[in-house]
Design a protein around this ligand. Sequence first.
Ligand code: BGC
Length: 406
Amino acid sequence: MMKFPKDFLWGAATSAYQVEGNNKNSDWWEWESSSGKERSAEACRHYQFYEQDFDLAKGLNHNAHRLSIEWSRIEPEKGKFSESELGHYLDVITSLKKRGIEPLVTLHHFTNPLWLSRSGGWASRRAIAAFLRYCNFIVPALAKHVRYWFTINEPNVYVYHAYILGVWPPQKKSYFKAKAAEGNLLRAHIKAYRLIYKIYRRSKLAVPNVSFAHNTMSFVPCTRRLKDRLAARLRDNWYNFGPLNKVIKRKALDFIGINYYSRQLVDLKKWGIRNLAVDTCDKNHHPVKKNSLGWDIYPQGLYELLLKLRKYNLPVIISENGICTQDDNLRWEYIHEHLKHIHMAMNKGAEVRGYLYWSLLDNFEWDKGFGPRFGLIHVDYDSYRRTVKESARKLAEVSKTGYLAV
Ligand code: BGC
């Protein structure tokens, strides 16, 4: 048996655009219509059904829930802020609190108001000021109810998909734009961090906990050859630690929000900057189980990462960890193995304070549409009926007792 601390945060995460439906003023909405991809449409109708969804979460013994605010609802036109949408999110957050569920709020989860993206998006420095204006509207209104903030979800994933791979809006493949966007997102985090602190001080509220949600990966050299080991080490430093170092140096992180899913096998085809950054192994000679998108399941990577993060002396919250699969036994195996490795790392001094599974509901998986099912709760997209999966019930036992049977 492994025992987790009494005050451990147990729950799941969602993002507004992926579950709410009808986010018509967002850059994603427009992109879906022009790209010919599956449309998010009504998504899970969580905008209407959030109370029922939180009842289910409560029934599963969740004491925490990570959600995001859709900026394009709050500020559908530049400078025009919506009091009624603000009221909606206030209701969402107070309905979590009524159920004894701690809200962890993300301010930016991949989507932008269309007007922002039309004026250059995150590749332009102007995005920083715009983001701060939005924070300045939303944070004071919610501050009384919120102790945990994530400014921005996964700057690295956003930049990679939008500006390097060019498969997400604004679909601009440009190294220079990618660099600019990455810098602007991290600068926006640092400034928002300070702004949130100012707002809490001004309102005489207890000091908040502010982070960004950082996507991490385990980089495993595919052979013992020096070039593979070196490339894996470089990617680990650049991808996993680069953004953290920048923000921690500026004293703008209270805890580390870690999103962890998978590993990448590193196989350097030849020496070269691009090869060092992107070459992966396609030989499948280290087979492991995979999720339905083909991502390797590799819980020991999370263990190794958590040990390395000890050097920062900051608490860690696992802000996302999950699997898309139709095989719910595999989902439980995934959760179980990751919890086991988290606990092993805690025994070696990692300060992990919570685990938020991705995701509470099956939902809109961006350019992959509704196919991949990550949820603890099944959503029928015709009737919008929710069905709790067996894996969710098993996790509920762990969150209730704090014990994981191993
Ligand atoms: C993102 C989620 C996404 C999940 C699964 C994370 O990187 O924050 O929005 O659905 O991964 O791909």
